[in-house]
Design a binder for this molecule. Sequence first.
Ligand code: NAD
Length: 313
Amino acid sequence: INKLDFKVLITDPVDQYMIKTLQNNGLIVDYKPEISREELLKIIDQYQVLVVRSRTKVDKEIIRYGTNLKIIARAGIGLDNIDTEEASKRNIKIVYAAGASTDSAAELTIGLLLTAARKLYDSMNMAKGGIFKKIEGIELAGKTIGVIGFGRIGTKVAKVCKALDMNVIAYDVIDIKEKANMLGVKVAESLDELLKNSDVITFHVTVGKDAKPILNKDTFNYVKDNTIIINTSRAVVIDGKALLEYIDKKQLTYATDVLWNEPPKEDWEIKLLRHERVIVTTHIGAQTKEAQYRVAVVTTDNLITSLKEIGVL
Ligand code: NAD
């Protein structure tokens, strides 16, 4: 394969490191970080490599129009914006940057945890408005946090929570006993057990594009009153309409970095966004200088390895 015939299209903002490194390897790189879907459908057949972050939805249609695609690179970790099944049918390789934003996402999670526990958002808003009223929160030491998904980010969050003298229980679909034991974390035998025992619940699972909600009309029943729920993974792990119902029924607090639609568009979503016990950030889990650079480096490395494997470099 001649690398001059191999063109790379980048359709979301990435660090310059990636563009420069690919060009230094002799590849033609077109950088269109704000391209529309219509435009992408028109030109995708000219490219062998597509690089995206989370904005570009690489669904069946895009993959079908990309008749020359060999590699899709996701500069980040969640693959829920890529139809991986369709890609594998076409033998298109997927590369991504596992682990590059672990510390940043975990730190944001702790930020949301403290914000929810001490009502920092309300207090800061009041202060800015000239209202110096005291509002009461809760102390985290001695409380139990349930970590759903005990992978890279979940583990880091658990470590910090241990340092805050919280009790940590974790639930995962894979065997996590050894890792949990080492960290002094209790393993929940079932999701119900975790939900029934947690004062705070935090989500760190990976999800595919057809993922079913973990918290739904049924499982919300196990959640204790006044629980703080934190989500920096993906919105679909929670049934939003069920949350809207239970948030008042159980006086829950919901602190999240991710929404079902970003920005929200459904009525129930907007209602949730405006709810007084909902705290929302704008999907900034990986938005730090360090994580963005690391994401670019790891994705580029993995992309170059793949290009070598298929004989382009
Ligand atoms: P990881 O692969 O290291 O860990 C995920 C864990 O979840 C695995 O141990 C897996 O077995 C477990 N899991 C999968 N499905 C589960 C289920 N139904 N129930 C219980 N456990 C389940 O992933 P990670 O690097 O820790 O990332 C976790 C999540 O954080 C991903 O969804 C990722 O997209 C998200 N993320 C978000 C941001 C952000 O900007 N907010 C940044 C980075 C990562």
